[in-house]
Design a protein around this ligand. Structure first.
Ligand code: ZN
Length: 445
């Protein structure tokens, strides 16, 4: 049966255990049938002592799962088995598991599969009722580089076989725990014959084709389906979008195109909400940014008549045009959008602050470009000292003041909503304004 799952990645900004219920109820109202929960580094795992940045105890995580199931969600745990274990492999205590010193797991290390199986058992305790487990297994950056793995390659195995035999082991471990395994499809799609590559995994394995850009159907999904495996799709509600490092809002139209396209897919879809691109990358914004996208992902029919639909589409266009005279009235308008619950009120406020922030980023780009242009034009037409002082001394100082005024207001959103990561988020997104220090009035002869 075709189902819609919402994936939540806890390595990013999350509400604490005492604040999660409001979100779960909201996600259920959005129309999702299930949750794919990637606790990642946010639980202190017994299997990986000393690693992680925990926010939830194992008991609190189990409580979250129980609550989700009580609300009617099917739950699926997501663990990683080779790539994207940076949170763990970055620790000295686990350095021996690194593939040739990188933050990818070595599949040939005798401890590797055994320790992952122990972690899976721990997940089984937190998810006693789940039918599936997602094993990740995407974006494995380093394969066959360490002496143990190189020896296997010299013995005739391919890099893909090194990967697939490891994933297969974990699929079988999952089945022993009565989980049906899911894996991401990208590593299979890198092979010349993706269907043949998929067949090296147990037949019960569900392959998930994640495509976060553009509108499906995607040829890759059909290629994977030729293997005979069940194939699900995955959209990107929050993912690595190109403008991420300078925007605290996405271009909503891109996300909507992708989400709504996947919702037309004849099969089960996981709508993914990533917290970061990887453990060692900057945070993505809080879920409040994506509330309208959750509505679109959970139930496109509800979205079609949602009072924010047209407003979000207009906002996205204005953000892309990046014209201050158009954007200046937008935050005030957003604050008057109708809101049917507290989370919608908070989302509305976050989006309004996001537009205010974006205007400051646009101003930063303008000032930098102006600086460069004045440097060029002074050779041709000279400089008007008064204009230069206004543009390259007063404007940067004014912008710095505005940034300093906005950041605490953004911080209040984190405080009011019990969100983790406030200090990091503000530091990462305000770091771009440090470039203002390079803008100085030109030295005139
Ligand atoms: Zn290795």
């Amino acid at each position: 049966m075709k189902k819609r799952f919402l994936h939540l990645d806890f390595k990013g900004i999350v509400p604490g255990p005492d604040r999660i219920e409001e979100y779960l109820r909201c996600f259920r109202q959005c129309g999702f049938d299930g949750l794919v929960l990637e606790f990642d580094c946010r639980v202190r795992w017994k299997s990986w002592p000393g690693a992680g940045m925990p926010v939830y105890s194992a008991k609190e995580a189990a409580g979250l799962v129980r609550l989700a199931e009580f609300l009617g969600f099917e739950t699926i745990p997501l663990m990683q088995v080779q790539g994207h274990l940076e949170w763990l492999l970055g620790e000295d205590a686990y350095a021996h598991l690194r593939e040739n010193g990188t933050l990818t797991l070595c599949p040939s290390h005798p401890e590797a599969a055994e320790r992952l199986a122990a972690w899976m058992t721990e997940l089984r305790e937190i998810f006693p009722n789940s039918r599936y487990i997602h094993l990740g297994a995407d974006e494995v950056a380093h394969i066959g580089e360490c002496p143990l793995c190189r020896a296997r390659i010299e013995g005739g195995e391919t890099k893909f076989q090194l990967y697939a035999s490891h994933v297969e082991k974990l699929c079988l471990a999952a089945e022993k725990l009565n989980f049906r395994p899911l894996v991401w499809g990208d590593m299979l799609l890198h092979e010349a014959d993706p269907a043949g590559a998929a067949r090296s995994l147990p037949q019960s394995t569900v392959i998930v084709d994640w495509k976060y850009w553009g509108r499906g159907p995607f040829g890759s999904t059909e290629k994977l389906r030729k293997s005979g495996h069940e194939v699900w799709g995955a959209s990107g509600v929050q993912c690595a979008w190109y403008e991420h490092f300078r925007q605290i809002l996405p271009f909503y139209e891109d996300r909507l195109e992708n989400i709504l396209g996947w919702n037309e897919f004849n099969g089960t879809v996981i709508h993914t909400t990533w917290g970061r691109s990887g453990n060692k990358y900057a945070l993505y914004p809080p879920w409040l940014m994506s509330l309208p996208l959750f509505v679109a992902a959970g139930d496109p029919e509800k979205w079609a008549v949602h009072p924010w639909r047209k407003k979000i589409e207009d906002l996205s266009r204005l953000l892309r045009r990046a014209l201050e005279f158009e954007l200046v009235r937008v935050p005030g308008n957003i604050r008057s959008w109708p809101a049917s619950c507290r989370l919608e009120e908070e989302s509305r406020e976050y989006i309004a602050l996001g537009v205010e922030f974006q205007m400051l980023v646009n101003r930063l780009l303008e000032i930098e470009a102006d600086h460069a242009a004045q440097l060029a034009s002074c050779r041709f037409v000279g400089i008007d000292r008064e204009t230069m002082m206004r543009d390259l001394a007063d404007a940067p100082a004014d912008l710095k003041r505005k940034v300093a005024e906005l950041l605490p207001r953004l911080g209040q959103v984190f405080d009011r909503n019990g969100l983790t990561g406030k200090e990091e988020f503000l530091a990462e997104f305000s770091s771009q304004f440090r470039r203002l220090d390079n803008v100085r009035p030109l030295e005139l002869p």
